[in-house]
Design a protein around this ligand. Sequence first.
Ligand code: ADP
Length: 494
Amino acid sequence: MKILMAASEAVPFAKTGGLADAVSALSLALSNLGHEVKIVLPRYYSISREKLQLLEGPLGVPMGRGEEWCAVYTAVLPGGTKKNPVNVYFIDHENFFGRDGIYGVPWEPDYLDNPRRFGFFSRSVFQLCRKIDWYPDILHAHDWPAAMVPVFLKFAERSGNFEKTASVLTVHNLGYQGIYGKDNYDYLNLWWDTFYNAGFEDGNMMNFLKAGLYSADKLNTVSPNYAQETRTQAHGFRLDGVLRYRSADYCGILNGIDDKVWNPKTDTLIPQTYSVQDISGKAKAKEVLQQTFNLPGNPDIPVIGMVTRLTEQKGVGELFGPTYGSAWSICRDLNLQFVLLGSGDPWCEQEIRSLSSRLSNFKGRIGYSEELSHLIEAGSDFFLMPSRYEPCGLNQMYSLAYGTLPIVRNTGGLTDTVENYNQDTGSGTGFIFDDLTPLAIYNTLGWAVWAYYNRRDHIEAMRIRAMKQNFSWKKSAQKYIDLYAGALNLIRGT
Ligand code: ADP
C-alpha cells in the first residue's frame, strides 16, 4: 500500500507531545511491513534547511482567491531501512512557518493565523503529490492541524489521480479541535455549502476537527478505551455526537512504543542496562536517580516518579493545587521519595519549586530532558499518572517496560495497558483508581507504598510481569493496515 502521513509533528523534526512519536514510529513500522510510506510536515523555523534537500521548483497551492507559493524540502526519516526508506517532505512557507513556535509561543499560545497556516498545509499535500508524481492509496491525517486533508479530498480533490484515494483521520487528543472564526473559511477555497455539508459549523465558529471527523473515510483514536469514552458526553469534548454518528467507521488502536529508544536492555541513557533475566541495573538507576535529585541514597525507600506536561489534563490540579492538591500530605505522611520532571502552566511550576524547597523528600525539576526522563523511568519504583483523560499515554508503557509500576487513573489508554493489583493473588502490573480527587491519589499512593513495604514478593512479581508486556508498533501497524483496507473498501468497493 502507498500511504502518505500528513501531520504537524514527527520526531526527530518537530515534537510537542506523543503525536510526534506516534507518526514516525507508525511510519517506520508500516515500512518494515513492506508498505511505501511518506510523511509531509511543515518546515518550521527550528528545522534547519541545511540538513534537508531542496526539491527543484516552487509549489503553488490554491488558497483564498489566488495561490500561495512555497518550496519543498525532503529528508529520510532516521531509523528506517535502506531498501524501503520513509521519505519526509517539508512544506516551506516562510510567512506561515518561519517563526519560533509550532502552534504558538507562550505569549500567543494559538497563533491567530493557525487556521490559515494549517489550512494551507493540508491543501499543499495534494500539490506535493502532483509535484513528485506519486499518488497514495491512503491519505492518513493526524489531529486537527491535518484534519482538512480528508475534507479537501472529499469536497475538492477526489478525481483524476486521487479518484481512488481513501482518507483516515487519527485523533491523538480530542481536547484540541482547531476552532476559529468563520471569517477564515474563504481562505480554504471551498464552497459555502461545503461549510455545512462537511460539518465545519460549530456555533458561530468553524471547527477543523469536526469537519475532518465527518469527512474522513475511516477514523480512529489511539486506544480502544478512549474510542469508547469519546462517544460519551463526559469525554467527547462536544464531539461525542459526531463520533456516535460515525461509530461504524471509528475504532481505537493502541499506540506502540519505540523499543529502540525505550528498552532497558539497550538504553544508553541509563547507568546500567537490565532485563527480566537480570534486573540489577534497576537498583543502580535508583541510586543514580537519588544522587541526581539530591535525595538521601536509600535502596529501601519507594521512589515515585513523574514526567509530564504540567497541564490540567494530567491531573496536576488535584496533585499540586496549592490548597487543594494532595502532594504535600503524600510527602508528609508517607515514607517515600518523589521526583518530578515537567514543564507547563506557570502556577504549577511555581508550586513545584515551592514544594521542592519545603519538603525534603520531594524534588521537582522544571524543564524538558530526554536523559532525565529515561533515568526517572528506570530508577523509580512507581510512576504516577493521575490523568483527567489520556487518549493513549506513553509513559505508563515506558514504565512497564522498565519494571516501574504505574499508578494511574482509570481512564483512556491507561485502562487498556495497566492491570490493577490484586493483593490476594499478587497479580497485576500497577495500581488503578477511579475518581480524580486529591484523596483518591493519596489513598492509591498509600496502597502502593503499603505493598512495597509489606508485600515485596508481589511487587517483584508485578515488575517481571510488567516487563514482559508487549507494546510493539508492529502489532498496532497491522491494525492500521486493516483500517486502511476498510477505508479503501468504502471507496473502491473491493
Ligand atoms: P502527551 O502527549 O499528552 O504529553 P504522552 O504520555 O502520550 O502524553 O507523551 C508524552 C511524551 O513526552 C512522553 O514521551 C514523555 O516522556 C515526554 N515528556 C513530557 N514531558 C517531558 C519532559 N519535561 N521531559 C522529557 N520528556 C517529557
